[in-house]
Design a protein around this ligand. Structure first.
Ligand SMILES: CC(C)(COP(=O)(O)OP(=O)(O)OC[C@H]1O[C@@H](n2cnc3c(N)ncnc32)[C@H](O)[C@@H]1OP(=O)(O)O)[C@@H](O)C(=O)NCCC(=O)NCCS
Length: 376
């Protein structure tokens, strides 16, 4: 028998090449299509970064305006999808999002067309529609009427507007814009890989995005931000952070918002999230949550020798809290940004496709004989 060591969790396995995103695990560098994330976070915005990821270059002004217009024109969702959301409004937001995208796929006139043009068109439509689905669900479950998209507002500002029914401040819109930009792409994480696996069977883009949403839901991926928020509430104050972390680690439990499959240093996105959380908490005058998170980060310092540092999800919850986004919607916020990366991954996969089909090493019994049910 061959001694086989399975690559559990596909750790360290390179499955393909990509031109979308580079992660330098040791130096904590993240690059979207050649541009450093710090450069983009400082100077760009969500729409421009979405264009960059989808079209492989920064847009000229005309191209940018055209792309923004395309997003604005595709924001609404058909009545039948709103009816489905209404019917299942008591389900968790991520389940509603997954179901609504699946329904959009079922009624899309181009659903069987996997050409690059049709996939890009459907992908851009989905990028535009996801915020509408999430905001519509939030309003319906609160017994409120959905708010029509506002074509005068940016992608980020319009989302907050549809959710709350009034336009956000410039600062609030900028906070969401940065959050979406930072979440837009991150190489072959579990949800992007799920998208690529699904696209590799030549299933359509809606099917691939449904797979991505399903994979994002878990607490080891997109669900971590919500778990961090629960933890911050449980800890309650900076003074309790050290004891909390010590006890949890002694029980061999994980602290959410720390560690990463790839980074062995601080996640470069965390710097921007920490800064944003600080600004919003100072502005609100309520610094308790932010200071509790800082104290947890300090208490986790000994784990840095193992390469466990804060990740992008650690400060998200704090930001969403100050923007009035309900806790069970946090993972949907991740999806609103990552949809761009998912669409770009599906396009890359279709353009140079090989069916993704790894092996499993069988280590169960062999030579068993079937025994009729009554004789077992
Ligand atoms: C993201 C994550 C799943 C990556 O896991 P991974 O690459 O499989 O890392 P491993 O499970 O191999 O962990 C390596 C070691 O670090 C420890 N570790 C990893 N993340 C940890 C955390 N958040 N808290 C405490 N210890 C952690 C593991 O227990 C393990 O310790 P050991 O070697 O003594 O057994 C993991 O870090 C985690 O569960 N983090 C919390 C959830 C989270 O924030 N997810 C969002 C990611 S963006």
């Amino acid at each position: 028998m061959n001694p086989i060591t399975p690559a559990k969790g596909l750790k360290g396995v390179v499955v393909d090449t990509t031109k979308l995103c580079l992660i330098d695990a040791e130096r904590g560098v993240l690059v979207y299509r050649g541009y450093d994330i710090h450069d983009l976070a400082t100077h760009s915005n969500f729409e421009e970064v979405a264009y960059l990821l989808l079209y492989s270059k920064l847009p000229m002004r005309k191209e940018y305006e055209c792309f923004c217009e395309q997003l604005r024109q595709n924001r609404s969702v058909p009545d039948v999808v709103v009816e489905i959301i209404e019917r299942i409004k008591d389900a968790p937001p991520m389940d509603v999002l997954r179901t609504a995208v699946s329904a959009l796929g079922a009624i899309d006139p181009d659903s069987g067309d996997n050409s690059s043009e049709a996939t890009l068109r459907k992908g851009i439509k989905l990028i535009a529609q996801l915020p509408t689905i999430v905001a519509t669900h939030e309003r319906l479950r609160r017994g409120l009427k959905p708010v029509e998209p506002n074509p005068k507002l940016s992608h980020a500002a319009n989302f907050l507007y549809m959710m709350r029914g009034k336009p956000p401040t410039e600062e609030e819109a900028k906070a969401i814009d940065l959050d979406l930009l930072l979440h837009a792409e991150h190489s072959s994480n579990a949800s992007a890989f799920a998208v690529r696996v699904t696209a590799s069977t030549l299933a359509d883009i809606h099917a691939a995005i449904v797979a991505g949403i399903a994979a994002l839901k878990g607490p080891l991926h997109g669900g971590a931000a919500e778990a961090v928020a629960d933890m911050a509430l449980e800890v309650g104050s900076p003074e309790r952070a050290y004891e909390y972390v010590r006890e949890k680690l002694a029980r061999k439990e994980r602290i959410m918002g720390f560690g990463h499959r790839v980074y062995r240093t601080e996640d470069p996105r965390a710097r921007h999230m920490r800064e944003l959380a600080k600004v919003l908490s100072e502005k609100s005058g309520d610094k308790r949550i932010f200071e509790t998170l800082l104290a947890i980060e300090e208490a986790m310092k000994p784990l840095q020798s193992k390469g466990i540092y804060v990740n992008v999800d650690f400060y998200c919850g704090c930001i969403y809290y100050f923007l009035g986004i309900p806790k069970d919607m946090y993972v949907c916020m991740f999806a609103l940004g990552r949809i761009v990366g998912w669409v770009a991954h599906a396009l890359e996969q279709y353009n140079d496709n090989v069916l993704i089909r790894p092996l499993l090493h069988y280590d169960g019994p062999t030579n068993l004989r079937y025994i009729p049910m009554d004789e077992r």
